[in-house]
Design a protein around this ligand. Structure first.
Ligand SMILES: C[S@@+](CC[C@H](N)C(=O)[O-])C[C@H]1O[C@@H](n2cnc3c(N)ncnc32)[C@H](O)[C@@H]1O
Length: 199
């Protein structure tokens, strides 16, 4: 049911296992596809039993034509509405922590910058600090920098930013941006790189 299209999901699990997760936890994946990144994050966070946990997944599906990699031009890759229906309904069924935003990353940034509502002891609280973020939507340098501009000020203490297919991105500028804001490389594979906020 749940499938992935990449590798090194174990890097995500390993790094989350090392985190100290408090009572309230927010995680996010950009680019859900068939759900393996999201499942990996939720399963790893669940082991630490946060009292209040929400995982946000953002994906427009809709067989969109868009630039997946720098200089590739616009391509349709088969991320269909049928895939959305199948994946999202399954994840809602098995994970109460799961919340889906059917939209592009940039529209999410325009509309959801203030955080997410958590219901704590019958009272609503707005919380917007992300502990783990997996950037696995469009892999152009421009899209990733746009995503980082949103998430960098919204990462929780010691939080993680994982970038998939980082070898296809102009990492010089991405690395400089992250290091400027006190993120360092915590783990690196052939496809995924994990940055951790040092403070
Ligand atoms: C490489 S797949 C994601 C794979 C998934 N994370 C996994 O671990 O199996 C890329 C996904 O990004 C989505 N996507 C494309 N443009 C997007 C955008 N602007 N914002 C968010 N998601 C986007 C696609 O619809 C597709 O489902």
């Amino acid at each position: 049911m749940i499938k992935g299209d990449s590798s090194e999901y174990n890097l995500i699990t390993d790094q989350i296992q090392k985190l100290q997760i408090g009572d309230v936890c927010l995680t996010c994946e950009i680019g859900l596809r068939e759900g393996l990144g999201t499942k990996t994050i939720i399963d790893a966070v669940r082991k630490q039993e946060p009292k209040f946990y929400k995982h946000i997944a953002i994906d427009p599906y809709g067989d969109l034509s868009y630039e997946h990699y720098d200089g590739e031009g616009y391509v349709v890759a088969g991320y269909t509405e049928e895939m959305k229906q199948r994946t999202v309904s399954h994840l809602y069924k098995v994970y109460p922590e799961f919340t889906f935003f059917h939209m592009t990353d940039d529209y999410f940034f325009d509309t959801m910058s203030q955080g997410h509502q958590f219901c704590i002891e019958n009272t609503l609280m707005l919380y917007g600090l992300y502990k783990v973020v997996h950037l696995d939507g469009p892999h152009t340098t421009k899209a990733v920098i746009n995503e980082l501009s949103f998430f960098i000020p919204r990462i929780d203490s010691k939080g993680l930013i994982i970038i998939d297919d980082y070898i296809d991105i102009k990492m010089g500028i991405v690395d400089m941006l992250l290091k400027t804001y006190n993120f360092n490389v915590a783990a690196k594979g052939d496809n995924k790189i994990v940055y951790q906020k040092e403070i």
